[in-house]
Design a protein around this ligand. Sequence first.
Ligand SMILES: [Mn+2]
Length: 286
Amino acid sequence: MFLYTENPLKFVFSKEFNDDRPKSGRYGILGVPFDSTTTYLPGARFGPNAIREASYNLEKYHLNLDKEPSEPFYDLGNLQVVHGNFQKTSRHLESTIQEIKELELNPITLGGDHSISYSVLKALGVQDVTVLHFDAHMDLRDTYQSDKYSHATVMRRIYDLNPDEIIQVGIRSGTKDEVEFARDAGVKYLTSSWVKENLKDVEKLISSIKGLIYVTLDIDVLDPAYAPSVGTPCTGGLDPLELQRLIHSLQGQDVLGFDLVEVSSQCVGDITSVNAAQAVYDYICL
Ligand SMILES: [Mn+2]
């Protein structure tokens, strides 16, 4: 181990993963550079490495939380994806998440387009799990362009897995059918404007969730002013501090896994990857 070197292909401050089973440590970061279901702005395949690169701008000490990560965490590299083939990629992803689970690490999955979250949850299991979903979009369509598995249907597929509850935060785009489905199915959705006006209530809601939580964070929950490089930008979103406060409301909660998807930054210093790296680190430091 060289003392004075860095590896920007790993998330900053992450440890090398050499052992079959780490003696300590909490999180395993996995990149999933897959964007074959993207329909508008392509490039989410660049997300994992763009987030890692942006993470090198972070300080180890989290000033707002007044702490550093309490345990080591590992960057496990990128999944071998099969571009253009969701099913094969999903099989690789499910098996890899299963391995991460067997190592007793909690996965932090970096997308990739949002379709990948389904495979992560399928592998983790959703029994008695509340899925906390940050997004501009409901993603509750049953099919999109005749496809069952897509960034636009991912929350419907996750609903089909039968989690305890789905709570959507930051929503500002959906079809009438999706809204009716959410109402009928008991999917709780909090619109972006409501969240901005009632941030304290949303913090309380998150910190009072009972039992296991899985967090899926589409970076387009942020306003395009802060996250323009996303698959489907949508105006009127949260700002980075609002998102940070909501992530910090998870403090003390039992979080089973976390993913951050839809970053399609294609140059160094792109604000989308900078905000994504911060959100991942906000979670790691809890
Ligand atoms: Mn979205």
